[in-house]
Design a protein around this ligand. Structure first.
Ligand SMILES: Nc1ncnc2c1ncn2[C@@H]1O[C@H](COP(=O)(O)OP(=O)(O)O)[C@@H](O)[C@H]1O
Ligand SMILES: [Mg+2]
Length: 138
């Protein structure tokens, strides 16, 4: 388990970038942390880390965003408003099962059964004044 203190959004992005460098296609990242903790910010780093150029925003009104990168597509879910695991699964089973890219899920703890067993867990705690504690690992 690794703990990183991020004193700014840029440092949270850098932490995402560093993790992406250690992930291969077929991997999954389960993000937890309250609203505004910095989950989407961290995903920005994951996408940058694989060389993606697209702007990363929360998939709030669509279930999943797909970002193409040179290392494979990144599928970005946000389960905050999802009604049930079944609903998510039936709407996006191709993306959830994609073996050629990275699966990233915000609010992963809402429906943990949707994440593959080997998902890397990333928790972000907001300690105020721009300071975040990022815990990577199980
Ligand atoms: N160290 C930090 N890391 C990440 N975000 C931070 C940090 N300090 C302040 N922020 C702010 O917190 C907010 C995080 O938003 P976002 O990444 O969308 O959170 P979430 O996806 O967890 O709801 C942004 O407005 C960002 O500027
Ligand atoms: Mg978000």
């Amino acid at each position: 388990m690794t703990t990183i203190i991020a004193a700014s959004p840029e440092e949270t992005i850098a932490a995402g970038r560093a993790l992406a460098g250690r992930l291969s296609p077929g991997s999954a990242v389960a993000l937890t942390g309250r609203l505004g903790a910095g989950k989407t910010c961290f995903v920005r780093g994951l996408v940058e880390g694989w060389g993606g150029a697209d702007a990363v925003t929360s998939p709030t009104f669509t279930l999943v965003h797909e970002y193409p990168t040179p290392r494979g597509p990144i599928f970005h879910f946000d389960l905050y408003r999802a009604g049930s695991a079944e609903e998510v699964w039936s709407a996006a089973q191709d993306e959830l099962g994609a073996a050629d890219g990275m699966l990233v899920v915000e609010w992963a703890d809402r429906f943990p059964e949707l994440l593959p067993a080997g998902a890397v867990r990333v928790g972000i705690d907001d300690e105020g004044e721009g300071r975040r504690v990022i815990t990577i690992g199980s």
